[in-house]
Design a protein around this ligand. Structure first.
Ligand code: SAH
Length: 467
């Protein structure tokens, strides 16, 4: 196979990044934006010895799983959605098989066991429609386009070039109005956008959050500096938008890919917005993690609560607790809940959230789960004459890299009856499940939940029980 060669390919498989995979005379091609069942014409962009990458030129025969028309005109360029061209049931099937495949291959969980304990993926119920506008959070980079005009949008896949787009169809409609307001303001007062190559300019990102149950809106501008000129004017415009609740600045003057700065300064309103998951009320500040798909989150937490099987007498640890979302969801049914989280502002939110919900049996610790829990365990032993700390249920909800082995070991040492593992990366989940299964825990239940339609990401909840 040669670069620039145009070939006809039938797509037979899908890769972990959502790309289609097909073969031409035994040579494997990875082709973005194609799906299983498509017959396509593609141009080879990069040819290695045994495999290559090609660009979709034409769909000759569409797969039965291909949508007639992609909703977002930017979908192919933008790095946000990878599988928007795929009908929703096919997206769900892909995610289910991804989770299953990882548990089998990496986790070494026998297929027969998974047949028994793995449930179908919980999708968004949209009566046959493709689910859009489900995200409550968006972070838009701001830059300058070829003509020197301020632009806002999303990064193209695997790059930092900004594709202008004020209306992402995964986000809420009001985002567009807010972004246009900020763009107009910047243009009028000649406020420069940040240039990440030269590390010059002012406005870097806009973070937007929306409370689905409360209609409250948060705007946080991330700037390469301390203040924005004519700030009053900007605030005056933004606060006219119905639902506006919180306008803040975050100063980030570092040459870094990290979006947010460490501090938040209030410009108008309050520093947080409020939202509900189920009965529980949460105050969310700009630096805190909050699940982005509230409709699916309620289902996810419902499953975690189910798996925890609480009766009211249990001691529960919620590791990687964020603003205490799962902790508070569980607290009403447990004796005592302890949450651990690395971001101090999130723990402030968690404590406050306990208070505003009249929950008195939840306690929160700032720190790394892999440090806080082992230290607690050691300290307990010392102060209780060698008796070891025990938990009835331990919930973990780590970021993509999963749990450190030292943490998993402490979990095993604390001998909880149940471990509920909430995961946003089924590969690291599978690795950790393998460890826990080898140390006396049985995998009892697995349910993937689709938190992120049109992307290749999938959340999974697992129940492990002590043998
Ligand atoms: N359970 C929460 C948050 C899950 S996201 C919810 O559902 O809303 C993962 C959280 O882990 C984030 O809040 C992140 O700040 C935190 N985190 C990342 N690394 C950590 C570590 N080593 N120890 C504790 N928390 C960590």
């Amino acid at each position: 196979m040669q670069k620039n060669e145009v070939v006809k390919v039938k797509i037979e498989d899908i890769g972990v990044g959502g790309e289609g995979i097909g073969k031409v005379d035994g040579y494997t091609l990875f082709i973005k934006d194609t799906i299983i069942g498509d017959v396509v014409e593609a141009k080879v962009m990069k040819a290695k010895k045994n495999y290559g990458y090609a660009r979709l030129m034409n769909v000759l025969t569409p797969s039965k799983d291909r949508v007639e028309e992609v909703v977002c005109p930017m979908a192919r360029k933008c790095g946000g959605c990878q599988i928007q061209e795929m009908k929703y049931p096919a997206q769900l099937a892909f995610k289910e098989s991804k989770v299953r495949g990882n548990l089998e291959r990496i986790g070494e969980v026998p297929g027969e066991l998974l047949d028994e304990i793995m449930h179908p993926v919980v999708g968004m119920d949209e009566e046959g429609m493709q689910p859009f506008r489900y995200r409550n959070k968006a972070q838009f980079p701001i830059g300058t386009d070829k003509d020197g005009r301020v632009t806002v949008g999303f990064y193209a896949g695997r790059t930092h070039s900004i594709i202008g787009n004020t209306d992402c169809v995964l986000g809420v409609e009001v985002n567009e109005e807010i972004l246009n307001c900020i763009l107009d303001f910047m243009e009028e007062f000649e406020i420069p956008a940040y240039d990440e190559v030269k590390h010059k300019g002012l406005v870097r990102h806009v973070l937007l959050r929306y409370g689905f149950k409360t209609d409250e809106i948060m705007v946080c501008l991330v700037i390469n500096g301390k203040t924005i000129p004519h700030c009053h004017d900007l605030v005056g415009r933004l606060r006219q938008i119905p639902g506006m609740t919180s306008i803040t600045l975050s100063s980030n003057t570092a040459k870094t890919n990290v979006i947010m700065g460490d501090t938040i300064r209030l410009l108008w309103g309050q520093e947080f917005i409020t939202d509900y998951i189920g009965e529980i009320k949460y105050q969310i500040s700009p630096l805190s993690f909050y699940q982005v798909n509230p409709v699916q989150t309620e289902k996810l937490y419902g499953l975690a609560l189910d798996y925890a099987g609480l009766t009211g007498n249990e001691t529960v640890w919620d590791l990687y607790c964020g603003i205490g979302t799962i902790s508070l969801f569980l607290a009403k049914k447990a004796k005592q809940v302890y949450g651990v989280e690395i971001v101090p502002q999130a723990i402030d939110d968690a404590r406050n959230n306990a208070k505003i919900n009249d929950i008195t049996n939840a306690e929160f610790y700032v720190g790394k789960a892999e440090e806080v829990l082992p230290e607690y365990y050691k300290e307990y032993e010392k102060t209780h004459n060698g008796e070891t700390a025990h938990a009835d249920v331990i919930v973990v909800d780590p970021p993509r890299k999963g749990c450190e082995e030292s943490l998993l070991q402490t979990i095993v040492d604390m001998q909880p009856e149940k471990v509920v593992y909430v995961s946003c990366d089924s590969a690291t989940l599978a690795r950790d499940v393998k460890f826990l299964r080898a140390k006396g825990y049985e995998l009892k239940d697995v349910t993937p939940v689709d938190q992120f339609p049109h992307t290749v990401h999938v959340e999974t909840v697992c129940l492990l029980s002590r043998k």
